[in-house]
Design a protein around this ligand. Sequence first.
Ligand code: ZN
Length: 192
Amino acid sequence: MDLSEYEFRSQPWFDQENFQGFNEAIPMKTMVVHCFDPRAADIPDAVAKHFGDEVFPGENVLDENGNRVGHTRTLFSLANAGGRAVDALQAVATMDYLFRFTTVVVVHHSFCGATAFRPDQLINRYRDEHNVDISDAFRRDALTIPHFDESIKYDLALLRSHPAVPRSTKLFGFFYEMNTGELIEIARDVPA
Ligand SMILES: [Zn+2]
């Protein structure tokens, strides 16, 4: 099955060698990294309201034929287990190329499943139940959330020290109390 007609690189109007970014189609400026716990699914909305100048969820922009050629959203949501930044690095690099966005926000939430176990418990269960050793498969200190304050600061430091995160990127770390909807800033790293 040839699906190449659905790829940008095969469109006659698309110049891959002179790519200027997709910001005219989607004005992305912020990436929110958070947990995929369904109880915490309103984190992106809470962050958008907190900053006040974001559009979320926004809506599709259609051309005259009804094709989705853009979107009004400025804040992108990236969900994973615990909302850990280690799983966001490839997305940061890709989005920097496509959108040249400015801000990454890490949010960890109350009663997160990642606070329910230690890394060695997960590793031992894989050994006992699946008969495999995953002790070196992941960054052990980002596998769980032992303390919220530490995990949020760790993630901001990880982002700041990683070569794929541009030096100019603004970083914010929040704790989200999902029962009250309160968003508390724990750390920020905003270059002058
Ligand atoms: Zn969670």
